[in-house]
Ligand binder design. Sequence first.
Ligand code: CU
Length: 667
Amino acid sequence: MKNIQQTCMALLAAASLFSFNACKPKSAGSAVSGDAAIKAYVPPGKYDEFYNFVSGGFSGQMSVYGLPSGRLFRVIPVFSVDPEKGYGYSEETKPMLMTSHGFVPWDDLHHPELSQTNGEIDGRWVFGNANNTPRVARIDLTTFRTAEIIELPNSAGNHSSPFITENTEYVVAGTRFSVPPDYTNGDVPISTYKENFRGTISFISVAKDGKMDIAFQLLLPGVNFDLSHAGKGPSHGWFFFSCYNSEQANTLLEVNASQRDKDFILAVNWKKAEEYLKAGKGVKQKVKYARNRYDENAHTATHEILDEVTVLDAVALKDICYMIPCPKSPHGCDVDPTGEYIVGSGKLAALIPVFSFQKLQKAIADKTFEGEYEGIPVVKYEAALHGEVQKPGLGPLHTEFDGKGNAYTSFFVSSEIVKWNIKDLKVLDRAPTYYSIGHLCVPGGDSKKPSPKYVIGYNKITKDRYLPTGPELAQSAQIYDISGDKMQLINDFPTIGEPHYAQAAPAELISKNSRKIYKIEENKNPYVAKGEKESKVVREGNKVHVYMTSIRSHFSPDNIEGVKLGDEVYFHVTNLEQDWDVPHGFAVKGAANAELLIMPGETQTLKWVPDRVGIFPIYCTDFCSALHQEMQGYVRVSPKGSNVPITFSLGKNSSDPKAPVKDSTKQ
Ligand SMILES: [Cu+2]
């Protein structure tokens, strides 16, 4: 290990550590030892103990795995279109991906965050951030679907997000890139960063039903906000953010933002900010941002553009924000379950500083400041410090907790998880990871009440854990049993996209609320057909609306004529099934679009603009019965200006005279 440490130290000294692959620990084995694998074995037919919500990184989605098996259950589409579910392809879900820039079909999701009540995970929602076009999404855990997406003005690179207060009062989002605020003229030389660029933190309020609003934003000096965590227990009412680039560099940050020995943890008194807001100290600014909500009754998303946000100037309002010096280029900023200790992880630091909330409060009360940074008071490092973990490893990134007084920190450079005691700061155990760990997760490990059974490590850079798949290898996670004194590797599982961060919750908390169907009588989609008798085809100018139903194993209607070139055809398909797990799919040949996937009782719409004359088959894409293959039909497309009337039928050439839909021209 020493040689590795020396090699890595050399890399650190070169201040270019992230351009190199991390060092592989010599002790890294190739398999789990002894009978450890049995701990991850979940027999066929048995359920896992935990849901693991894993970020899909640059896939823009969130994926759901079982723990400890590592089995993939579902990919939840959030910020990227998903043909498997028709998300972003159906007319009903397209509004979810609207922004102030228009339709954006992709993003980069980094951090899942589960909702909490009294500081404990409550299983209602999981939030996720869009790192590129700044947004925060809320996913409903009864349906495992994205229920709402809100865009963030005055932001760029929404990395420091979404972090949550102990009763889900707020989800916060700090900007990674400082930029000129939206309401000012942004046409300025980039070299005027110090004068014109600002950082903002958005406080998004979450109503009882989950609806999100930007309550206020804090205007801050131009630094990069990286990660955050809310206070809890005694520190409830406060938020802590890691900041880097206190040098305020705007080029070659790998060198220029690593100049100072210490950057900062920003401590925010959000209760105080609320007081200022109530006292009218906020300034309303003209901005433009989107808010998109999915209505479970109309089965339709709505998109609106909002144009105002209230900004509190943290420099002018002196007692909202304080800086705590933190060595060096801090990344993770984690609060322990008691709410007393705040762990800062300097990417380039060779120790872990642990701050005390009580000491911070005393330092603020006594004004034990070493000066100001860009107008924000800077607390003396020693005055806020509980202590430092000495020689913990190289490249500390993130810390989660077991609720038994222990912390687990990931080390990117030395590729390991290190367990240490929060009070006496002694290192207790270390386990190698394969390779270059980034985030890690203990179920509930950033809440007041962790479930300390496993710690899961998520890779930044993955190498040869699995069979090769061309130039890009599988992304990966590893599960360690932490029920004993020593961490024990029990399982690996490949992941979707980059498994950036993840959270986990006991299965029972979520599975008991799982939705099975949508009641057909509650369907308020304007184009619903609540039975085959209501199915029809209606022409409105060049728009043709098909009110279609699907039930095992046919569509109604299944023959349509009278569509012409130049028409826009809208297939509004209602799935009439009222049994759990009988979705139907829908696709049409040549549509520049994906399929629909329609849940029982739901209506979804596929828009199709035919590009040629001819006969176009339609079919069900999701296997639904023994006669699924027979679930098909035809649409005839005639030339522009032809006089073929709209007709539609089901069972027209069968012997059943009561076929529910008849040729409309003969009615
Ligand atoms: Cu089907």
